[in-house]
Design a protein around this ligand. Structure first.
Ligand code: NAD
Ligand code: DAU
Length: 378
């Protein structure tokens, strides 16, 4: 094998798309997927790759430093693409310690295990890379200076056809100061700092990327889009936080995976790249779009399920607007999103409706308890 790459969190939403892309595109690379299989990890997300000769799955906790050390040695790992994390903001509000443990201590264990292994090699850090996947949430929240929307100053193919809008004048750039608000984003910010500290202190080759909200197949239905698709299907209430005015910047998950591929191969060590498609949506507008898409695909009257919208108590510390400026990545490395939002959302809704068995499996057991607990006081 030309390379031995650990991809952590590969049984989760984004990780499974990254693993699939790398296993299929690079048969000469051994892909070692390391995942603890928490509630969010699911081997069914990787079922099509099981028999592939360049794919290895290891069930392990990234916080287990000895295990990470032995994996680095056993596979003589030259690169790590690190996605494993606790990823849901609402869960972080209820249980911040789990987020500090996995996102901060887990990242630190991986960094240390990589450093120790690479330090024993004659070539040391040559040809090595620790690539850390982070989020736009570390930058905090932007103002909604144009609540009705203005023509966006920049667009990409991902920008919605109907909705070429921006809701504020500012965007997150790579030099925007960190200002996380939730326990989730605080833990991700802390892990980003540790990654950069391992570069600045020990000279370890690292890259950090910060991406906007992803959507697409295999996302756990605690997140807005799959949760609402499933609820509409079952005609359950749609819990919209606050007034539904918060703005998120949505990117199709396979476009994120493609960006990771480009950055892994062409990115400059010690750099940060923001990933996003200039595709801002107010929650309530995206929710209406999902409702009409699900209704149409299920043969219901379009908009019939609008009355499922139920405004509930807002998320504590709810960030108002995220908007990523990804021009550095576009200019320096030539990445561009490939899928327009309307096409992406249609594909996504179809996938969840066609894969009801997947949905039933992940929403059985503990999920119902989670759902009741999470929404009972709202
Ligand atoms: P996810 O919750 O769907 O998947 C996380 C995966 O990590 C799961 O497979 C889980 O089993 C695994 N995991 C959790 N704790 C672990 C541990 N201690 N040891 C080993 N494995 C563990 O998350 P996602 O949405 O796919 O996000 C992946 C990464 O991308 C995260 O780092 C997240 O912060 C980042 N990110 C996500 C988004 C988004 O919109 N989803 C956007 C930008 C960045
Ligand atoms: O911006 C990137 C981040 O996007 C990632 O780092 C996170 O891992 C990912 O979970 C996501 O965070 P958000 O909090 O933006 O995603 P979520 O799907 O939880 O919520 C999207 C918006 O919808 C947010 O404004 C809250 C709102 N919402 C969410 C849920 C689950 C509701 O109104 N009702 C809901 O039931």
């Amino acid at each position: 094998m030309d390379r031995n790459i650990i991809i952590t969190g590969g049984a989760g939403f984004i990780g499974s798309h990254v693993v699939r892309l790398f296993v299929n595109k690079y048969p000469e690379y051994r892909i070692i997927c390391v995942d603890k299989l928490t509630y969010a990890g699911n081997l069914a997300n990787l079922a099509d790759l099981e028999q592939r000769p360049n794919f290895v799955f290891v069930k392990a906790d990234i916080c287990d430093l000895d295990k990470m050390r032995s994996l680095m040695k056993e596979y003589n790992v030259d690169s790590i693409i690190h996605l494993a994390a606790e990823s849901h903001v609402d869960r972080s509000i209820k249980d911040p310690f789990t987020f500090a443990r996995t996102n901060v201590m887990g990242t630190l264990s991986l960094l240390q295990a990589a450093k120790e292994h690479w330090d024993t090699l004659p070539e040391k850090y040559d040809g090595k890379l620790f690539y850390h996947i982070s989020t736009d949430e570390v930058y905090g929240a932007l103002e909604l200076t144009h609540p009705e929307g203005i023509d966006a100053p920049f667009t990409t193919k991902a920008s919605s056809g109907k909705n070429h809008e921006a809701y504020g004048d500012e965007f997150f750039v790579e030099t925007t100061a960190y200002n996380p608000h939730s326990p989730y984003s605080a833990s991700k910010a802390s892990s980003d700092h540790f990654v950069r500290a391992y570069h600045d202190t020990y000279g370890m080759p690292t890259i950090v990327t910060n991406c906007s909200n992803n959507y697409g197949p295999y996302q756990f239905p605690e997140k807005l889009i799959p949760l609402f698709i499933n609820n509409i299907r079952h005609r359950k209430p749609l819990p919209v936080y606050g007034k539904g005015e918060n703005v998120r910047d949505w990117l199709y998950v396979e476009d994120h995976a493609r960006a990771i591929d480009v950055i892994f191969h062409k990115g400059k060590v010690a750099e940060t790249y923001n990933i996003g498609g200039f595709n801002e949506w107010k929650n309530i507008d995206i929710i209406r779009t999902i409702i009409s898409t699900v209704d149409r695909l299920l043969g219901r009257a379009e908009g019939e399920d609008l009355d499922l919208i139920t405004y509930v108590t807002d998320r504590a510390g709810h960030d108002l607007r995220y908007a990523i400026d990804s021009r550095k990545l576009q200019k320096e490395l030539g990445w561009e999103p490939s899928l327009q939002f309307e096409e992406g959302i249609e594909r996504t809704v179809r996938w969840y409706l066609d894969n009801q068995e997947w949905m039933d499996n992940v929403t059985s057991g503990d999920y119902l308890k989670y759902y009741e607990e999470m929404y009972k006081d709202r």
